[in-house]
Design a protein around this ligand. Sequence first.
Ligand SMILES: [Zn+2]
Length: 177
Amino acid sequence: MRWPFSARVVAPSDGPAAERLQALLSSDPSRIRAAARDIAHLREATELDVLAAWVGRIDRAIAGIALGRTLLADDVHVTFAMRRLRYWQEHAGCTCGLYPHYLFFDPRREAQHGHVRIKALGEAEGGWGQMHTVICSECGSGWQASDREYHYPWWEWQRVPEFDELGPGPVPGEKGT
Ligand SMILES: [Zn+2]
């Protein structure tokens, strides 16, 4: 794998982190968006370490790339992926602190992957879909995630401190909320 620049941070030469980094630096909007969608859900620490070290370089690579009439940097997936990497880099708090900042965290999927435990199910406000009361598996924080739909399904997350359970980790970061 060839890198078209020299950098102080050593680029990974192999594996998923290398593939995602190469996609992010590719100037190809569809590849960048696909990588950003992956990073939005990424939890693998070594991979996040690698990608977070490149966050400034990725920003510069993406700046100015058009996506239709807007900028790729303003795309919801790209914006959140960059936020996710910065949050990781800054050790800003438990990953669950980011749930309200991306529309595509399906609580069912989060539960399937073991990131949260579903504690209760109810009807979402407004009568469309369900509201999931969940507990973060990492830090024990309580959340409510409601099914929403506007052109596509999305989920609204709200912190519910009264459902918190004692957990081993820190509380989710409040930075930027
Ligand atoms: Zn958490």
